[in-house]
Design a protein around this ligand. Structure first.
Ligand SMILES: Cc1cc2nc3c(=O)[nH]c(=O)nc-3n(C[C@H](O)[C@H](O)[C@H](O)COP(=O)(O)O)c2cc1C
Length: 182
């Protein structure tokens, strides 16, 4: 094809455009337009206590070996525990588990009070009854600005029937099939 015949389509004018450096609140607001699932990542601290945090930065990396990732603020109380490299678990929450998500998104206090949990076959603290749990070992960690990027190798997975909890624009949501009523 001749280059002359290749007419680029003009881009639609966006409602707003900003050049970096951005206002942090604006950056978060725009990132929030990308919907995600919600996970709770767990491991043990150096005293053998379970620690965990709500994380939406979960994503897939590789099928062989089976790798996933999440990023955690270096300021999070439990970031060092993940960096220590012990067994960890990633729990994908069901749509009815927004309260559990909020509990693990609050710093301080005992997130684990009155919760049933146990150690999985690979040693990570496992929460009961989440939609999915991946038992993992730490594969790699990378600096990522004010976050650390953790890449985890999945050793075992468990799942149940159900719909995922969704987070978008700062609000929990449920999936709905397009077209409705199907
Ligand atoms: C829906 C949702 C998603 C979140 N995703 C992340 C994330 O991907 N990475 C992160 O560092 N914090 C994330 N947070 C914030 C942490 O859950 C929060 O800072 C938590 O208090 C950290 O716990 P810690 O300080 O006890 O370690 C998220 C919070 C919510 C409500």
């Amino acid at each position: 094809m001749h280059a002359a015949t290749c007419q680029p389509t003009p881009v639609q004018m966006p409602v707003a455009a900003h050049r970096a450096p951005f206002d942090g609140r604006l950056f978060r607001r725009v990132l929030g337009l990308f919907p995600t699932g919600v996970t709770i990542v767990t491991t043990w601290d150096e005293e053998g206590r379970p620690v965990g945090a709500t994380v939406s930065s979960f994503n897939t990396v590789s099928l062989d070996p089976p790798l996933v990732l999440f990023s955690m603020a270096k300021s999070s109380a439990c970031c060092d525990a993940f960096a220590a490299g012990g067994p960890l678990a990633i729990h994908v929450l069901g749509h009815e588990q927004a309260e559990l998500s909020n509990r693990f998104a609050r710093g301080g206090g005992d997130k684990w009070a009155d919760l049933t949990y146990g150690a999985g076959e690979h040693g990570a603290p496992l929460l009961e009854d989440t939609l999915v749990s991946f038992e993992c070992s730490l594969f790699a960690q990378y600096p990522g600005g004010d976050h650390t990027i953790f890449v985890a190798e999945v050793r075992q997975l468990r799942f149940r029937d159900g719909e995922p909890l969704v987070f978008c624009s700062g609000t929990y949501r449920q999936l709905m099939a397009m077209g409705g009523g199907q």
